[in-house]
Write a protein that binds this ligand. Sequence first.
Ligand code: PLP
Length: 402
Amino acid sequence: MIQPSIVKNPPYPRNYASEFLLLDRGEGIYLFDEDGNRYRDFAAGIAVNALGYGREDLAKIAHDQMLKLIHVSNLYANKPALELAEKLVGSGDFAAVHFGNSGSEANEAALKYARIYGKRKKGPDCYHYLSFTGSFHGRTMGALAATSTAKYRESYEPLAPGFHFAEYNNVSRLEEVLDDKFCAVIVEPLQGEGGCTPMNRDFAEALNRICREKDILIIADEVQAGMARCGEIFSSSLSGLKPDIVTLSKPLAAGLPLSATLIPEKVNDYVHLGDHGGTFGGGPVTTAIASYMWDILTEKSFLEEIRRKGFFLEEQLMRTASEIGLKAHVTGAGLLRGLVLENEEEAGKIGDIITDARSRGLIILRAGSNVVRLAPPLVITEEEIAEGLGILKESMKEVLSA
Ligand code: PLP
């Protein structure tokens, strides 16, 4: 067993843990701590590091671009950002892209553009949003207002007005809830933090129909599940959801902070000079990396490979659960998978499973209250998946039998 290198009580606010694994470097899908211990990374910096670690190609792009031009602000244009904007806009029925730095910021921009559309097109009362149970859209005040989980919200109430919630994947009340005062629905096509829960087709169809009929925008939060993680460029494709606005972030710049909010012409038509902005978003270094990333992640063969490895991961997870007699099922898509522990007592031990796995050289995540979440770098091989799941099996056996 590994003795992980731990740092205690760093000068961070108390909203963070008092103990951290102190990481030093990475190579491929492996992370190494300060003492040189090696970990298989099935978390990827929370679904960020899609290409893994220690990549010469990414380092060279960043290095060259930093020497050439590091930052310009949104008062000026730069070539890497223009090139990326063209690629992103061309990925669907979009007219423009707003660049930011995080998933929360991408959603803030989407919420602002949707309000502009609602209020300027349909009148001052059209400013409400519908979001869903199990959702996570970020920690800034607007994105938080759209996030359903009480523990994230409670300390900050009152939050921004105009946010309402309905049950995810339940079509029964949508028609009656969504009326003229709604400018947008914000939804994850596959809920990440909520438990790796995919949207069902009926729900997607109902949202598409009702929102089109009532001229309500659909904002797809693709921050975690989008950009190839689920084997599709956008995870909306899995259920057939047809969003008007799409938000992207986590893997967009391979580990550097960047986000994108893609908007259609019909929204851009109502946007005025100075309505929104930001100092850092769309800087030349992050966008140069993202432009390169985009070409890799959208390659047909790369997406096919993720689907194949995703099925392998699903199959192996199910086998692992059944071999140790666990009451569980597998959810998610592609390389974003959840093992849902159906027994409450066993689910209460997920924290211990995560710690035990770490001391065996495996880094994993949790989602919701009862889900072990796996989101490895997309470049992982089947052999590495099998190795990681072998460790997870040992950890679950150990912790759950204790
Ligand atoms: N939206 C989704 C679906 C997410 O999973 C997250 C983060 O986990 C966010 C938004 C917020 O992103 P960030 O933490 O970069 O602000």
